[in-house]
Design a protein. Structure first.
Lengths: 170, 263
């Protein structure tokens, strides 16, 4: 930035949303933080102050500070000097916010997209069905109910014999 | 531990604030100590998948502790890192259930099952809190907790119905842990008033639901025997000799580098 005087750039929220759509999820870089539904609100104040509200995927996610900094940087890169990044817990993040386009990219990346969470009881002992992201078979087994990141589990497909990661439905 | 709820919530009276601060601290203390015990399996679990699973569970529990302590901070509590790393055993208010050494795999799984079911049911009830910031935290955390319950319920079943050796170890763990688990349902000072105001769940109702749920799983499904629980339990200010060495290890880095900002 060559000019650092207080923000005179007056951006539309849509421009900021577009910039945030290029911020990758730190742990799954084929999807962005907007694909994941983590960005909940963008407002532009009278003096050009930009406020971005995001919600964490998991409360213990170690990438939260990285995401916060990436959001701030993406907005600053548009020439905005006054940026505030807020976090909210309400409504709680759900994998139902991941759009069809992003689900397809997850599948191509080898991660089974999350099944719809449904309206069922939260406290239940049975897990949702999952499909192999490579061959589409439902003949899969969960090999570990936790995976390399908080949002995923480990599976193996008994049809194509490939192991894969699957998104939890949250 | 930086996530804070966005809504400051309804007005609390001074006694309500003090009681809620205490409740949030005891909830966080249980999460922190149990997370540390689970972390002790990292590199030592029976199989790699379980090593990863317990680390995930521990990470979730620490996330919940961060939520509770961040809310406590908005009510006048100290910085969450200060609370976690600079209090000694005399000030921790965790249950003895979570501070007991990790034992064998059956002990760890039975304890985690007893704890996760209690936490999930309490959180589910707390989503209806009249205090919005607490209801928000509960709505967030309960979604994570359901995966713990699924996982540990399955492990307890697998161990109880596995070999005579695994059944023996699982029953021994349950016999030892059951009396301690009752402590999860001890109210803190001033809790009755918060419950009456709809701010906290009715702990007796949660206890009844928990007893029903774990009895169905442990007795009806897994064929285990529940021992008698003692009628009285010492309070959360009474610890075993196991807490002090745990804290000494857990807090050693923070205390050696009090000015560290980036870990």
């Amino acid at each position: 930035m060559e000019d650092s005087t207080p923000s005179t750039v007056n951006l539309q929220p849509s421009t900021i949303w577009a910039a945030l759509a290029s911020v990758p999820d730190p742990e799954i870089p084929v999807v962005s933080i907007t694909d994941m539904g983590m960005v909940r609100d963008v407002t532009v104040g009278d003096a050009g102050r930009v406020t971005v509200t995001f919600t964490p995927t998991f409360s213990g996610c170690p990438a939260l500070h990285v995401i916060r900094e990436s959001i701030e940087q993406a907005v600053r890169d548009l020439g905005v000097t006054d940026v505030e990044v807020r976090s909210t817990l309400t409504p709680p993040w759900t994998t139902d916010w991941i759009g069809d386009d992003a689900r397809e990219r997850l599948r191509q990346y080898g991660i089974a997209p999350p099944a719809p969470t449904g309206e069922g009881q939260l406290i239940q002992l049975d897990a949702e069905p999952t499909r192999c992201p490579r061959c589409g078979s439902l003949n899969v087994r969960m090999t570990a109910s936790f995976g390399p990141t908080l949002c995923k589990r480990m599976y193996v497909c008994d049809t194509c014999r490939e192991p894969f990661e699957g998104f939890k439905s949250v | 531990m930086t996530t804070t709820p966005s809504i400051s919530g309804t007005e609390l009276t001074h006694p309500q604030t003090q009681a809620l601060l205490l409740k949030l601290t005891v909830l966080a203390d249980d999460e922190i100590i149990l997370a540390h015990r689970n972390g002790e399996w990292t590199g030592h679990a029976p199989i790699l998948e379980e090593d990863i699973a317990l680390a995930n569970i521990a990470q979730d529990e620490l996330g919940h502790a961060g939520l509770y302590l961040s809310l406590a901070q908005t009510l006048g509590g100290s910085d969450p890192d200060r609370v976690a790393f600079w209090r000694g055993p005399d000030d921790y208010r965790n249950t003895r259930l979570v501070e007991l050494p990790k034992g064998d795999w059956a002990f760890t799984m039975v304890r985690q099952f007893l704890y996760d079911t209690a936490e999930a049911l309490w959180l589910e009830a707390a989503t209806r809190s009249t205090y919005a910031p607490l209801a928000e935290i509960a709505a967030k955390a309960v979604r994570e907790e359901k995966f713990h319950v699924q996982h540990t319920a399955l492990w307890v079943e697998r161990l109880a119905l596995g070999t005579p050796e695994s059944e023996r170890r699982t029953q021994a763990a349950l016999t030892e842990l059951w009396p301690y688990a009752a402590q999860l349902f001890q109210p803190v000072e001033g809790e009755a008033e918060l419950t009456a105001a709809g701010i906290l769940p009715d702990l007796n109702a949660v206890h009844a639901r928990w007893t029903d749920l774990v009895t169905r799983h442990l007795v009806d499904k897994c064929g285990l025997t529940l021992p008698d629980a003692p009628t009285t339990q010492p309070g959360r200010d009474t610890h075993t000799e196991h807490l002090a060495p745990l804290l000494e290890e857990m807090q050693s880095v923070a205390r050696q580098h009090p000015d560290a900002e980036v870990w």
